[in-house]
Design a protein around this ligand. Structure first.
Ligand SMILES: Cc1ncc(COP(=O)(O)O)c(C=O)c1O
Length: 289
């Protein structure tokens, strides 16, 4: 049964590589692609609702920043858009994720880079609805807020794979990282917010998190609706005082946190519910904010 379920899921994934839609289970990338050998690439993940991707322009701009941060040439957005059109054609995906990746292309086996053309991959797949609330587990590894790729959405995500497995083994939905200074940073694929004394706080970008598209929209939209939201360095000990905790991402939207390790927190608390409502309403009004 498990096997049948797996192959059904694979069929539901639509994959486009360098100009054409391909069989998701057949080989389509060169073994020497630098994205494969050393994780030399960048990617974006957008939410799909009723066949329509959300916030494409913000994702495209972040891809440009990630490419520049890796020292890669600018991506051709016309190519990416053709791939997006291709994977979104046909039966609309009711709830899903669009992921596109640009890698350095074929390269040497080591960390030197070749001068091959960039590789473009675009995929779309349905996703399960999120749980109503989530548990976080603080992992014993730190995010490096001073790294060469800090703040870039690169395909070198093995650290996140290890951390997420650690959290899931402990019944959590996400893993929470501190940075090297012992401050709150982010999760493997989500940003984190806490509520203290009626104010919504989130780590500033100097603390090392990715500049999440959802994070930016939650900050802007909540401020526009009169809530106080501040981005600043936050000690990990702030979790002991937080009245509410929530995480944000393109695939999770605003997700209330009911536990951090063994510490329980009200979920959704009033400000989390308000942020979730604001985000849900505004994102329906503006598909490309
Ligand atoms: C490390 C990391 N932090 C935060 C996020 C949330 O960013 P966004 O809201 O743009 O999805 C992501 C996205 O997957 C991520 O990979």
């Amino acid at each position: 049964m498990g096997h049948l379920g797996e192959s059904k899921r694979a069929v539901a994934v639509r994959v486009w590589v360098n100009g054409q839609q391909v069989d998701p289970e057949a080989p389509s990338i060169a073994a020497l692609d630098h994205g494969v050998t050393v994780g030399d690439g960048v990617f974006e993940t957008c939410k799909i609702v009723n066949g329509v991707p959300f916030a494409l322009t913000r994702h495209a701009k972040r891809l440009d920043r990630s490419m520049a941060g890796l020292g890669l040439p600018a991506a051709d957005h016309g190519v990416i858009e053709a791939g997006i059109r291709s994977v979104l054609a046909g039966e609309p995906i009711a709830l899903g994720r669009l992921r596109y990746t640009v890698t350095a292309g074929a390269g040497p086996l080591g960390s030197d880079r070749g001068d091959s053309p960039l590789t473009y991959l675009v995929t779309a797949a349905p996703q399960e609805p999120n749980p109503d609330t989530a548990k976080l587990v603080v992992v014993p590894w730190t995010r490096n807020e001073h790294g060469a790729t800090t703040g870039l959405k690169t395909t070198s995500y093995a650290e996140n794979v290890v951390a997420l497995a650690f959290a899931k083994e402990r019944g959590a939905v996400e893993a929470l990282f501190a940075n090297t200074a012992g401050n709150l940073c982010e999760c493997t694929g989500s940003n984190v917010f806490v509520v203290i004394d009626g104010e919504i706080l989130t780590p500033d970008l100097a603390s090392g998190p990715l500049a999440g598209v959802t994070r930016d929209l939650v900050i802007d939209w909540c401020r526009q609706e009169g809530l106080t939201v501040r981005a600043e360095p936050l000690p990990m000990s702030i979790l002991d005082r937080a009245a509410e905790v929530f995480i944000t991402s393109s695939t999770k939207d605003v997700l209330a946190v009911h536990a951090v390790d063994d510490w329980l927190v009200t979920a959704p608390g009033p400000l989390t519910a308000r942020a979730a409502e604001i985000f849900a309403r505004r994102s329906l009004e503006h598909l490309d904010p």
